[in-house]
Design a protein around this ligand. Structure first.
Ligand code: GAP
Length: 440
């Protein structure tokens, strides 16, 4: 597959131009690393999330949960985040810039040289910087009222796992899935929506019998890689990157990242972790409540091990945009070859001209198709310009209403990628597009 020439700059610009992603609070000059999702962005995000939800929970043994963002502060002591969720922060004494020590190039690190102002010996020693956002609950700003914004959605699942298991009458092995916001006060956010301080995670925690954890870890790693292929991401841009012993998070026995080759290099898209019984053991200890699972078939109690799949929704959206971007030099257009399943708008309906009743027919088709899937009516500019706008927005199908439509009730249906056009009776339109969406 030839290079698609996607750069971060091109994607940021297209995302803004077409209404996928805007800088947050833009009229106030923006807020570092915060982004807003526009009309197409929210649809694309929702489509990715819905597909993830379907893939993960349309199974006999995985159910959903939506836990609150604010949790009892003891949760974060038990989880180890208060103590361990830190990055090594260094300051420049001269220009006051801040860096993560583990991200500094070795030559700069050795000379304690600031990458920003270039001064030698200006970097401080590293100190531990906790990434959790802290705020206060209620009207008093004192330590007793301190509370954290969750840095991962996982803990909401662990503290609810017995509630969910009991009401759903699930037996180990079983899973609980959740999508929601997480917050991290990252020292170096950046690369557009790749690393931000507010983001969304799609996490699933799978509870297994100890001893069966390694097999399930392999199983879920495979399932998660398949997910990205089903989203239409090119296989050669994806790889596993297992963690070495010194890279493992404080809770993990084994972990592998699923990485994508971004324009700035191979980087993490999702983490799959074998968290053992670390979390449940700690919550049992800190809460004083038993979290033992009762296996009635074997008549024994045990703490399950947990296999976690943890994906970033915003990061997946970035990958989807980067991977779908295509400069079609032959036809001088930029196309987002989004999988039709993910495309925010499935078809654009264009009257060839506004007059002679063509606009009215096209509006009627738009209203009819809207009952089946999201579509857009466009009468502005030349037909070529209208299609090229939709090519950039990733709309897979284009429908033109012309004079022949008035005579015989047929329209042309254009394919975004092949540019192939076929003539179809109006009565067959919805069915044909639905058929194509199904097989894509
Ligand atoms: N519960 C485990 C956990 O949170 P993680 O590897 O720290 O694991 C999982 O995060 C995923 O969440 C990452 O692979 C990434 O896709 C996403 N993610 C993490 N930090 C992020 C950030 N600052 N901005 C955007 N996405 C982030």
């Amino acid at each position: 597959m030839p290079d698609n020439h996607a750069t971060m700059d091109k994607i940021v610009s297209l995302a803004k131009r077409r209404g996928f992603v805007f800088p947050s609070s833009e009229i106030y000059g923006g807020l570092n690393s915060c982004w807003d999702y526009g009309p197409l962005g929210i649809e694309l995000k929702k489509n990715i999330q819905d597909f993830w939800w379907r893939e993960m929970t349309y199974r006999p043994n995985v159910v959903g949960l939506d836990a609150s963002i604010l949790m009892a502060p003891r949760v974060w002591e038990a989880s180890g985040h208060v103590e361990n969720f830190t990055d090594p922060l260094v300051d420049c004494r001269v220009c006051k810039a801040r860096f993560r020590e583990d991200e500094l190039p070795p030559e700069k690190l050795e000379k304690r040289q600031c990458p920003n102002c270039g001064n030698l010996g200006s970097l401080t020693d590293a100190r531990k910087f906790n990434l959790m956002f802290k705020t206060f609950m209620g009207p008093v700003e004192e330590d007793a009222a301190a509370i954290y914004l969750r840095p991962e959605t996982a803990q909401g699942i662990y503290v609810n796992y017995l509630n969910v298991q009991t009401v759903s009458r699930l037996k180990v092995p079983f899973g609980i899935a959740q999508v929601g916001k997480a917050f991290r006060n990252e020292i170096t956010p950046g690369n557009f929506i790749f690393r931000t301080r507010e983001f969304e995670q799609m996490e699933m925690q799978f509870f297994v019998k100890p001893g069966e954890d390694e097999r399930w870890f392999e199983y879920w790693a495979g399932q998660r890689m398949d997910f990205y292929r089903k989203l239409g991401i090119r296989s050669e841009k994806l790889r596993f990157k297992p963690h070495g012993p010194d890279e493992l998070a404080h809770y993990a026995k084994a972990a592998t990242d699923i990485q994508y080759e971004f324009p700035f290099g191979w980087s993490e898209l999702e983490g799959v972790h074998n968290r053992t019984d670390f979390d449940l053991k700690r919550h049992q200890e800190y809460s004083g409540k038993s979290l033992l699972y009762f296996d009635d078939a074997a008549n024994e109690k045990f703490l399950p091990y947990i296999i976690e799949t943890s994906a970033g929704l915003n990061r997946t959206l970035l990958v989807v945009l980067l991977d779908a971007y295509w400069e079609d030099t032959e036809h001088e257009r930029v196309v987002l070859r989004l999988h039709p399943r993910l495309a925010p708008v499935k078809a654009v309906i264009c009257p060839l001209v506004k007059k002679d009743g063509l606009a009215e027919i096209a509006e009627k088709i738009t209203a009819d198709l809207q009952a089946h899937f999201p579509v857009l009516y466009d009468q502005q500019g030349s037909i070529g310009k209208r299609y090229y706008r939709q090519d950039e927005a990733g709309t897979p199908y284009g429908i033109t209403v012309d004079y022949q439509t008035k005579e015989d009730g047929t329209v042309t249906l254009r394919d975004r990628d092949t540019l192939e056009q076929v003539r179809l009776p109006l009565t067959a339109l919805a069915e044909e597009i639905e058929r194509r969406l199904r097989v894509a």
